[in-house]
Design a protein around this ligand. Structure first.
Ligand code: CA
Length: 220
């Protein structure tokens, strides 16, 4: 899952990026509002973590424009402004949630998980296909009801596939969900992770559609 982080504080931005990366997200980090706005126009992200006090374009006006254009991306505001009216302004501008600085990174991760869960699956917390079940709130995956262990990238790839259970996903689309800018995927990484997932979930669980990509196998 790709997350856009817009934060001008170097230390905080670095900490957030590292923590979310460790949790298996692909994180693109921009340091000013104008670049953030451009990225939101041209790229698809699962969610945006947005600072309010930003150089070149402040977070609130960016958010207002985003919503005016009908962009539904989940937005989590992080702000040092803890006055009630600022929080209200953030929510009124279209934020889905907010955190007041300083905050603990596990809390940021938990809020983000909740946001993604609400946004992608409208209340349905479990993703299921065949005998495989993925719970985004705990990041636990089970096969026939038994927990199985996946690496962060394997989990991210499975999440991408389960999010569109009937679609054929091209390698480029899957890579987009797994890697941030400048994080170059070796040319065969998706194949390698697919191979790992098939070993864990069964060969027919993921089908190769020649020349197009991958999709989940039909279930009995
Ligand atoms: Ca700031």
């Amino acid at each position: 899952m790709r997350i856009l982080l817009i934060e001008d504080d170097a230390l905080l931005g670095d900490g957030i990026r590292a923590a979310l990366k460790l949790a298996g997200y692909a994180v693109d980090w921009l340091r000013d509002g104008e670049h953030g706005q451009m990225a939101l126009k041209t790229e698809a992200f699962a969610a945006c973590v947005l600072d309010l006090g930003l150089p070149r374009r402040d977070g609130l006006s960016l958010l207002r424009e985003l919503r005016a254009q009908g962009n539904p991306i989940p937005v989590l505001i992080i702000t040092a402004r803890d006055a009630l009216e600022d929080r209200v302004a953030g929510l009124d501008a279209g934020a889905d949630d907010y955190l007041i600085k300083p905050f603990d990174l596990p809390e940021l991760h938990a809020r983000l998980r909740a946001l993604l869960r609400r946004a992608t699956h409208t209340g349905v917390s479990l993703l299921q296909h065949g005998d495989v079940c993925l719970d985004p709130s705990t990041r636990q995956v089970t096969l026939h009801g038994q927990p199985i262990s996946l690496s962060a990238k394997e989990y991210a790839l499975l999440y991408e596939l389960l999010g569109h259970p009937n679609a054929i996903r091209s390698r480029a689309e899957l890579e987009d969900g797994l890697y941030a800018w400048g994080e170059e995927a070796a040319s065969n990484t998706i194949e390698v992770y697919i191979h790992h997932l098939r070993k864990k979930l069964g060969n027919s669980y993921i089908e190769t559609v020649r020349g197009l990509g991958y999709r989940l196998g039909s279930t009995p």
